[in-house]
Design a protein. Structure first.
Length: 249
């Protein structure tokens, strides 16, 4: 069965707690600039995941084990370092192939969703990802909004189209994807995310494997969507929805 092939391809292992920040190689040792930059970046990821973004650059330099001038040589400002952390931890983990596979209608919607969430969780549901994401939100940064915008545009809009193709009998003269449709798919996506929050923020381990709970969640969601989704589409307004364009938060 395709279900078993998907499970075998994308195993999810229980995450470990974020380690205490490691200091990098002493500043006096000569290293290739790219190696030094990567060391600073990895140490910053560890520290931001541990302590958040409120630290001053002096304390950040001390914890990373480098001088401030060396830190500024590679990252002219704290914001530049934060942007590099965000790019490494979040944006570089996103794979457009996931979305291509999600639109492969030769595979059932159930199996496509399962494949996507096992891939997505394997790449993102890690301690540093979840903790930095939460700290960024508490600091009222735009980083979270940018990432949520990417999820809405690249994932949820595609999921809405695939749900329509699966559950809406007539494809003629359909209204634009509505805010309610987007919100419904956020419910599924948010439920997956909360598993990672429980594991990485609250340190609550589950006896049920991630693969099993994900399969259960998808099955329950699809069972309800079979009845509800056609009704939502039928009752959608005929004007473009603000929530569907990605302009709201």
């Amino acid at each position: 069965m395709i279900y078993h092939r998907i499970i075998d391809s994308y195993p999810i292992h229980p995450p470990t707690r974020t380690a205490v920040t490691k200091k990098i190689v002493p500043a006096g040792m000569r290293l290739d600039p790219e190696v030094r930059r990567q060391q600073i970046l990895e140490a910053a990821i560890s520290y931001f995941a541990e302590a958040g973004f409120g630290v001053q650059t002096r304390e950040l330099s001390r914890r990373l084990g480098v001088s401030q001038p060396l830190l500024y040589r590679y990252f002219p400002s704290k914001q530049d370092l934060i942007n590099a952390v965000f790019e490494t931890v979040f944006m570089s983990q996103w794979k457009d192939e996931w979305i291509d596979e999600l639109q492969d209608r030769s595979v059932s919607l159930r199996d496509r969703l399962l494949r996507f969430y096992l891939q997505y969780a394997s790449a993102t549901y890690r301690p540093e990802w979840i903790r930095i994401y939460m700290y960024a939100g508490l600091s009222d940064m735009d980083l979270n909004k940018n990432y949520l915008g990417l999820v809405r545009k690249k994932l949820l809009m595609v999921m809405c189209r695939e749900f329509r193709q699966t559950f809406v009998t007539s494809s003629d003269d359909l209204p634009a994807i509505s805010a309610r449709e987007i919100e419904l798919l956020w419910t599924l996506h948010g439920g997956m995310f909360y598993w990672a929050v429980r594991h990485n923020i609250f340190n609550m381990k589950s006896a049920t494997p991630f693969e099993t709970r994900t399969t259960d969640a998808i099955d329950i969601f699809l069972a309800g969507a079979k009845t509800l989704y056609p009704q939502i589409v039928a009752n959608a307004p005929r004007t473009k929805s603000k929530g569907a364009t990605g302009s709201d938060s």
